[in-house]
Each structure stands twice: as C-alpha cells, then as structure tokens.
Design a protein around this ligand. Structure first.
Ligand code: HT7
Ligand code: ZN
Length: 844
C-alpha cells in the first residue's frame, strides 16, 4: 500500500461553504443524500475535483442540478466541474448492518452510530475527507428509531424524523449520527456567561441509573475549562451516547460525543475505583477536545499530536486538580513507561509528529498521545506558568476556526514568550527515548552535576541531535534537609555541567523531579542513597521513584544471580507503608512492584536477555519476601483502611481502598487467601469484589469465586469483560494459553465485540510470563485470533498486534516463535492495510 508523507501536503482544491445531509436509515440499505456548496480554494495548487469514497453505491450525482457521471475508483471519484462555485448533490447507499469494522455508519445492538475519525466519513458519502476542509452541517435523519441525534443544535423534529444544525465549521471526521431506542439522564449547565446548556447522556433502557458519575464529571469538566483555560461551551446541547461496540475509548464529535459504554456506565456494584477515575478522565478529555481539536483542529493527520497531546495534557491537569497531583503524576509516568517507552524502544518507534504513514489509524499511539502530552508539560516548565497561560490565550485567539500545525503551535509560544523554540522542535521529529547519564563532584563548597544525553537509533533515524531537556533538580544535605529547592536546569548540549556554590557538605541530588522530561535516567548508585531519598525527598514523585528503582535493583539482582532481597529495600518499604503522614493512595503505589514487562525492558537495556519465567519467579519471590517482612504491619494496615458507610468513588476513599487492597494482596501470600475469600464474600462494591478475587487468582485459588462471580454477573456485559480479563491476565504462566483458549470457547465470548476480544486476547498478551511461555502456545493463539479479527475489524486487530513489538528483546527461540507468528499473519491473503503496515514495521 502507498505511504502518505508529511512533506507532500498540498492545500485542498475546493473549500465548502455548507453541507446538507439527509439519512434514510435502513439496516442494509441506508440512503445518504448530500448537497454540498463547493468553491475553488484560491490557495490551491491542484485544481482537480476529487471526493473520497469507499464501499459506497452511487445512486446518482448532480452538479448545479444537472446529472453527471463521475469516474469512480476504490478510493473515491473525480468529475469535471465548472469554474467558480457550484453545488454538488449525490445519493449513495450503504449497509450499516454489514459494517463490522465499526468505522463509518454501523450498528451496535440495533442502534445506528458512527465513527468517522480518522477517515470513516468516506464510508458514509463522497466527500473531501481531510481535516483542513471545514464546513457547517445541516443534517436530517429519517428513521423509525425514537431517538435521532446528530451534531450541533436540534432544529426540528417530528414522527420518524429530526433535523440538526451545527453552526461551527467542522471537518468531516467530527460528524456523528446516532439513532436508536435510547433513554437519557439529563441536566442543565449554566456557562460562565449565563447561557444554559442541556446536557444528556443517552444509554440503553435499563442503564440510566449508571450515568450519574459521568454526568457529574462532565459538569466538573465544563467548570474547569472555564476557570483554568477560559473556554466556554458553544452550543445549546451537549449529548453523550454510550455504545457497546466501539474500537477505542470515546470520540469527541462536535456536540455529540460517542463513548465506549465502558467509559460511561458506572455504579458502585459494577465499576471499580479505577473505572470511576478513567470515566472522569475520558469524559473530561472528550469535552476538552471541543476547543483543542474541534474549534482548532489539525491541518492534516501528521499534526495529530496537536490536538491529542494537548488534550491529554489538559485531562491530566484536570484529574490532578480533582484528585492528587502527586498520585496522578506517578500513574501517568507508569503508563508512559509501560506503553510509550516500550513503543519507543522497539520496531514501532516513531516521532510524536510522524513523517509518513500507510494507515493513519495505526498512529493513534502512546507516542502521539502520551509523549505528546509530555512535550506540552516540558514547554510549560520551560516558559513557566505565566508564559504558558499567555501562549494558550494567543493560541485560542489566533487559531480559532483554523486547521493548524505544530509550527503554528510553537509560534504562539515564541510570540507570547520571546523564546526561540527551534531546538525544542526536535522533540516532535526525533523518535526514541533519550538516555540521561550523570556524574557529580564536590570541591570547596562547589557541587557540580555533569550530564550526558544520548538517544539510541530508532527505525530510519540512526543519528540524533541533542534535545532541550528540562531537568528539575533539588539538593538534600546528609541529614535530609533540602539545601536547594526545586530548580529547573535547561540542558541543551550533548554534554553539559551545572554547578552550585556555597554548600558545606556534599549533597545528595534529587534529579528529574516530577519526572520533568520523558527520558531514562541511568545512574549507578547505592541502595543506601536510594533509601535515603525514599525517606527524605520532598518531591513526591522522586520519593516514589527512589522506592521504584530500589525494587528494580533488587529484582535485577534476583533475576541475574538469584540474590535474596536485601534489607535496604524491605526496611524502606516498611517505613513508607507504615507512615500515616503519607497519602494512602501514594503508599499503595509504592507497595506495587515494577511490572514484569518493565523488568524485561530494564534487563534488556542493561545487556541481559530477559527470561520472562525467571522474572515472574523473582517477582513472586519478592512479593512473598515483602509479605513476610511486613507481616505484622499488613493486618493493621488492612483494618485501618476500611471505608465504613456506603461506597463513594472519591479520591480519598479510593486511595484507602487501594492501600487496603495492596495489604490484602500481600496477606494472601501468608494466609493462603483466607482473608481474601472472606472479603470476597462480604464485598458490597466491585472494587472490593474484584480486588479480593484477583488476590485469590494470583495465588492460584478462587475457583469457587470465579464460578460465583459468573452466576452473579452473567447478564452484565461490562462486568463480564472483567471476569474474562482477570482469568486470562492472572493465569499461571504454563496454563495461560489453555485458560485463554477455553475462554475463547465460552458461549459468552463474543469475539466481534472489541471489549470482549480485548478482555481475553489483550489480557493474555499482558500476562507477561504466560504470553512468553516457551512452548509458543500463547503466541499462536494470539496470532490466530488477530488473523480472524483482521478480516472483520482491521483497526482493532492491528492495534493489538503490538503484543509482538518486543520480539527483539528475547532469546533466539522466543524470537523465532514471535517472528514466526508475525510472518504467519503477514502471509495471509487479504490482510488489511492496517495489519499489513504493522507487521511489516515489526518485522523490519
Ligand atoms: N479522537 C479520538 C481518536 C479516535 C477514535 C476514537 C474511537 C474510535 C476510533 C477512533 N479513531 C481515532 C479519541 C480521542 O482521542 O479522544
Ligand atoms: Zn483525544
């Protein structure tokens, strides 16, 4: 398939003044009538009239009312057009019921819905389906469903029809339509300037009592965007619809967000604390897109990070404000390392702004989203809070209504702050995670830090130039007092030193506070120094990081030479776990060991071929050692963190439950799961129920509870996803493939539903030791299912193929098995463009 290049961008040949669409809904024969007012783009270099269109049956087309016969190919149509403005009309037929790819107009549980980002609108009608063509839309829907929704404001409705008008020019990827038997949970929000907005969350009948949390999160997001970014909502209604069959998390269509039901529906009985937190974050994320994405969109898909990096950064700020900044930062960094560092260190590494793609759906990645957000955080650190606020004000003022670029984005920062950001721009074009090494010396009261930065080669980028790295540093004296509060150093050279004068003793450095840049700090240091920082660092991120690196060092030694865990880590962990002055959520995070996948990457980085089974065994051993070392503290912690009264999903209670759960996990290793079984039996909320069940499964117990859970929840799709995922994700290494296989044979394994597919196949791929079982059984099972899914839903199948992106880390046998699985996928007839690109990049 042909690649698209950033350097090939040309402006659209025609612009659109107005779009009118009529939908006559039918499951197998929906008619879409379009009437589009085109005019030539004075800035265009190409004058050809081309409309994208795929899988459409053209019934008829007219220009200025006269019938025309366009030339149609697999990707669209061309037609001779008059000079000057003209009206294009077309009627096409599509079959939503046959659309299993869940892109374009499709059906989920009898409901019509759409997904148009990135290039799904071309499966609805012929159109210039590119984000830099923006237009106001009028939509008429005719269909038997009681609820008929589209973007913008409702204009008129009658029996079997409804009309919508969206006054804000938008690209086609933000178009949406929903029709079905839905009920709503509603409220009214009054904006800062006094305008009333009707808020509706639309769900299937029976789910209306699971919308309250999402609705509340929406109102909080609206207030927050007004207060923090000065952004008000701009329509009379804001609709959210929950859909069961959805390829990703949610979609920010103008005025009509469509959500995977998993990220809307929540009740204490069915959703965990993590689910509540994710719902809050995703509701906020999609709402924030109204300004960062919709009012200001992307010129082309290479600029995807312009809206996604910024909107992730904004949702992270919001969650930090709603909950705890320290805990949120740690969670975000855990996720960045688990997903983005993994991507950046393998064959799929690409810049935050990629320069070529075959299938854009393959670039909705952790690099574009999460590393993209880190770049915004670094910019803010470099220009300061005031500079950031001025730049954002200028961005909204200058680019409202535009399809913008990263150059536009950086220019507002340069203009608002006077800074030259040409070197910073490298963060957008260079892939790979920089390694930051340092040494220090101390002479006559002068302490000097010497840094070196190096970014390893990545696909098609053998050489890297130095990047601007904001390094937040603090210094502590040996009795634990801070002698230098957090100070931002700006590293711009490959090697650079920074000195601090007037110190009476050699300080202990606390580096990269708050994880001030997305880099890997490599430094040999003693367990005592890490334990010292864990005890004394005033920066909560680095306090946690010190414990984390201690745990990693211990695990590395356990894996490499079978060493027993030393006292430094265990004592430090004990002191921290028992320190009631610390936030329970923070302590819960500190008690969590590094993931097995993270350990595999760290071992590989230090030149050791990781053995997933040895890593798993070491983690198990360390968990038991921690449990024994903390055996007197754990029951106290468990009991003290009980949350009396009815369940509430707020951060304080969730933090207490998380710490209680961490204690229960370790205790289960001492009592054979007795307490977890009791907790399971008495649980009155899903956090406790699932938490207790996972403790049991982790120690190879819980068969009766698994059966009971199924009986209790078999009618609830979202809860059943948890049932599937827990079993595949926590199965013992040698059993994981057979457990997952039998789950795929379960009558409720509806593999066409992306959530259910991910719950089994995705969970198996995250069960590190089980996935990498030396027999290769899991690789085969995952590959078989990816092949099957690719035939009906390429987007989700291709995303999940990243299970194999780490093949180069492993021993020759595993490499051969993993590459064999990829080659088997690659060899399939009729492989999708999505999957073809992914396996091609992974095989190199
Ligand atoms: N902007 C959206 C990204 C997206 C998507 C969402 C659902 C299904 C398919 C999709 N393709 C791209 C979601 C977001 O980042 O907010
Ligand atoms: Zn987004």
């Amino acid at each position: 398939a042909q690649a698209v290049h950033l350097s090939d961008y040309t402006p659209p040949a025609f612009l659109i003044d107005q779009v009118a669409l009529t939908f006559r809904l039918h499951p197998t024969a929906t008619r879409v009538l379009s009437k589009i007012a085109f005019r030539p783009n004075p800035a265009a270099t190409d004058r050809r009239f081309f409309l994208h269109g795929e899988q459409l049956r053209l019934i008829g087309a007219r220009i200025n009312g006269a019938p025309v016969s366009p030339e149609i190919t697999d990707t669209g149509l061309t037609c001779a057009v008059p000079d000057g403005p003209f009206t294009w009309e077309a009627e096409v037929e599509i079959a939503p019921e046959e659309n299993t790819a869940l892109e374009g107009l499709y059906m989920s549980n009898g409901m019509y819905c759409t997904q148009c980002e990135a290039e799904g609108f071309r499966k609805i009608t012929f159109y210039p389906d590119r984000p830099d063509v923006m237009a106001p839309f009028d939509v008429r829907i005719e269909g038997a469903a009681p609820v008929l929704l589209s973007n913008g404001n409702p204009e008129a409705r009658g029996e079997g029809w409804a009309e919508w008008h969206d006054p804000w020019p938008k690209p086609a990827y933000l178009f949406a339509l929903v029709a079905g038997d839905l009920v709503s949970k509603s409220d009214v929000f009054t904006t800062a300037s006094g305008k009333n907005v009707m808020l509706n969350i639309w769900v299937r009948p029976g789910d209306e009592d699971k919308c309250a949390y999402a609705l509340d999160a929406l109102k909080r997001s609206m207030v927050w965007d007004e207060q923090v970014y000065g952004r008000e909502y701009d329509l009379d209604v804001f609709n959210i619809v929950a859909v069961d069959d959805f390829n990703m998390g949610a979609m920010e269509n103008k005025g009509l967000n469509i959500f995977n039901s998993k990220y809307v529906l929540a009740s204490p009985e069915t959703a965990t604390d993590d689910d509540f937190a994710r719902i809050e974050a995703i509701i906020a994320h999609e709402y924030f897109h109204n300004w960062t994405g919709n009012r200001i969109t992307c010129r082309d898909w290479f600029q995807l990070c312009l809206k996604e990096g910024l909107t992730v950064f904004r949702d992270q700020q919001f969650s930090g404000d709603m909950r705890s900044h320290a805990v949120k930062r740690i969670e975000d960094v855990l996720m960045l390392r688990a997903r983005q560092f993994r991507e950046d260190n393998g064959p799929l590494a690409h810049p935050v702004r990629p320069e070529r793609y075959v299938e854009i759906n393959n670039f909705y990645t952790a690099t574009v989203y999460e590393k993209g957000a880190e770049l915004i955080g670094m910019l803010k650190r470099l220009v300061g809070d005031d500079g950031y606020a001025r730049a954002l004000d200028l961005y909204f003022e200058r680019h409202d209504g535009d399809a913008a670029t990263i150059e536009d984005w950086l220019k507002v920062f340069e203009d608002a702050t006077g800074r030259d950001l040409s070197q910073f721009k490298r963060w957008y074009s260079q892939s790979g995670t920089p390694r930051l090494t340092f040494t220090d010396d101390f002479n006559d009261g002068r302490y000097t830090l010497h840094f070196k930065q190096e970014t390893p080669p990545t696909p098609s980028q053998p050489e890297k130039a130095p990047q601007v790295i904001p390094i937040a540093v603090g210094l502590l004296n040996p009795n634990g007092d801070e002698v230098l509060p957090t100070t931002m150093l700006e590293m711009t050279e490959a090697e650079q030193s920074f000195s601090f004068e007037g110190l009476s003793t050699r300080p202990v450095p606390s580096l990269l506070r708050g994880f001030s840049a997305p880099v890997i700090v490599q430094r040999d240091t003693t367990a005592e120094e890490r334990a010292f920082l864990l005890a004394h660092d005033t920066d909560p991120f680095n306090k946690w990081e010190a414990g984390r690196t201690l745990a990693k060092d211990v695990l590395m030694r356990m894996v490499a030479d079978g060493a027993a865990p030393g006292p430094a880590y265990l004592d430090a962990l004990r002191a921290m776990a028992g320190d009631d002055a610390l936030d329970p959520a923070f302590r819960a995070l500190a008690l969590r060991l590094p993931s097995e996948d993270d350990m595999a990457q760290s071992l590989f980085d230090s030149g050791i071929t990781p053995d997933p089974l040895a890593i798993h065994a070491a983690c198990e051993k360390l968990k038991t050692a921690v449990a024994r070392h903390l055996s007197d503290l754990l029951p106290r912690l468990h009991d003290a963190m009980a949350c009396p009264g009815p369940y509430a999903p707020d951060a304080r209670n969730a933090g207490r439950r998380a710490l209680r759960q961490a204690a229960l996990g370790y205790l289960s290793r001492l009592d054979g799961g007795a307490l977890a079984a009791a907790r399971y039996a008495e649980a009155d909320n899903m956090t406790d129920q699932l938490g207790a069940l996972s403790c049991l499964l982790e120690i190879g117990e819980g068969a009766a509870e698994v059966a009971g859970f199924f009986r209790q929840w078999s009618a609830d799709r979202l809860v059943m996803d948890k049932w599937f995922a827990l079993q595949a994700g926590l199965a013992a290494p040698h059993k994981a493939a057979s457990v997952a296989r039998s789950l795929t044979e379960h009558p409720d394994f509806d593999w066409k539903n992306p959530n259910r597919f991910r719950a089994v196949i995705g969970a198996l791929a995250t069960n590190a030791a089980g996935f990498h079982d030396p027999s290769g059984a899991s690789y085969d099972l995952v590959a078989d299912w990816l092949i099957r899914l690719d035939a009906i839903n390429p987007q989700t199948a291709a995303r999940m193929s990243t299970a194999f992106e780490t093949w180069a880390r492993y021993d020759a046998d595993r490499q051969a098995l993993m590459r064999g699985a990829l080659e088997r996928i690659a060899a399939r007839d009729g492989l999708s463009r999505d999957m073809g690109e992914m396996v091609g990049r992974m095989l190199g």
